[in-house]
Design a protein around this ligand. Structure first.
Ligand code: PHE
Length: 344
């Protein structure tokens, strides 16, 4: 008898038309307040063997009524004055996805790799903690030569000397030891020098060095390679200048300057307007280069009678500062997102 009543109520609840708040309230009073509590009160009169089935049926009925009541209530509350439902406002702006940006040093490194890869240079890697032989001796730095001091080395251990590499030329040495000419490679990485930190100097920075060894490699190849690099990196019309210099591992050696383009008294496009890194000369230094000293080739097991080669080294920070007109080297390692976000 009572189970039949439940079935009747179930049909009624399912078919009950709720159109507004008043019919919703009537529904609530009829079923949630009256009929279902009454059925629950009946349970004490049900035969014990039927109690379980009855209880489950009443509970299911209650669930059905509640579900209908709450979902209809929600829908009615979201009806605007105009009678339209708008549970989702598609015109609201979405929550922005904060995307990271590549560090400017990484951007320039990637571009450097791209430019030299097209010229057939592969990438070589080596350790940042180096022994004396790879960082100095193999590169023709005589023992106690002031050039070792010139590089402001961070020594980690003495006798035998272990230090943080002062240049990526140590990777050139390792590369020459492990490969046979002809070879063309670039060495990119972090180097360390014991310098006071300022807008122009830091105790660590990044270098890209390059090495090309084959028969009959000449200074002309070096100049053409660096000229091509300057144009690709800084734009058509950029040119390079070589100034005689000295490095223990190259002979002849040169300092590498690039033209800073449209020069005017207020400053130039490359070296950053008013600050005038070129000091009014129209040229900015970006690295050193030269023909690999035959003694270095021999130290690394390469026949210097048969082969010649050129090498160059440039500061990635310096290139980045020129390219993006950044005035202070310290910005690169401070991780200020206001600075980093500018490089998209
Ligand atoms: N290793 C030199 C430096 O760090 C740069 C350089 C590399 C110069 C190769 C000449 C040839 O100062």
């Amino acid at each position: 008898m009572s189970l039949e009543k439940i079935q009747i109520l179930e049909a009624e609840i399912t078919n009950y038309a709720i159109t507004d708040k008043a019919t919703l309230e009537n529904f609530r009073l009829a079923y949630l307040k009256r009929e279902i509590p009454a059925l629950m009160g009946e349970i004490k009169n049900i035969a014990p063997e039927l109690k379980k089935e009855y209880g489950q049926a009443v509970n299911a009925l209650k669930g059905l009524a509640e579900e209908k009541f709450f979902s209809t209530q929600d829908a009615l509350e979201n009806v605007s004055e105009a009678g339209k439902t708008h549970t989702i406002d598609f015109t609201l702006p979405t929550i922005p996805h904060e995307l990271g940006t590549l560090h400017p040093i990484t951007l320039v490194k990637n571009r450097v790799v791209q430019i030299y890869e097209r010229l057939g240079f592969t990438q070589a890697d080596g350790p940042e903690i180096e022994n004396d032989w790879h960082n100095f001796t193999a590169l023709n730095f005589p023992p106690d030569h002031p050039a070792r001091e010139m590089q402001d080395t961070f020594f980690l251990e003495k006798d035998p000397d272990i230090a943080l590499r002062t240049h990526t030329s140590s990777v050139q040495v390792r590369y020459m030891q492990n490969h046979k000419p002809p070879m063309r490679a670039i060495m990119l990485g972090r180097v360390y020098r014991n310098e006071a930190i300022s807008a122009r100097a830091h105790c660590f920075f990044h270098q890209v060095e390059g090495l090309y060894i084959d028969e009959k490699v000449s200074m002309l190849d070096l100049k053409q390679t660096l000229y091509h690099f300057a144009k690709e990196m800084f734009g058509e019309g950029t040119t390079v200048r070589f100034r005689p210099s000295f490095f223990p591992f190259t002979e002849p050696s040169a300092e590498l300057d690039i033209s800073c383009g449209m020069h005017n008294p207020k400053g130039c496009s490359l070296c950053g307007g008013s600050q005038n890194i070129c000091k009014g000369t129209g040229w900015v230094e970006i690295g050193g280069c030269g023909m690999v000293d035959p003694a270095v080739l021999e130290n690394c097991g390469i026949d210097s009678e048969k082969y010649t080669g050129f090498a160059f080294g440039m500061g990635i920070e310096r290139i980045t500062m020129l390219k993006y007109q950044i005035k202070d080297l310290r910005l690169f390692s401070e991780n200020d997102v206001r600075f980093l976000r500018q490089f998209v």
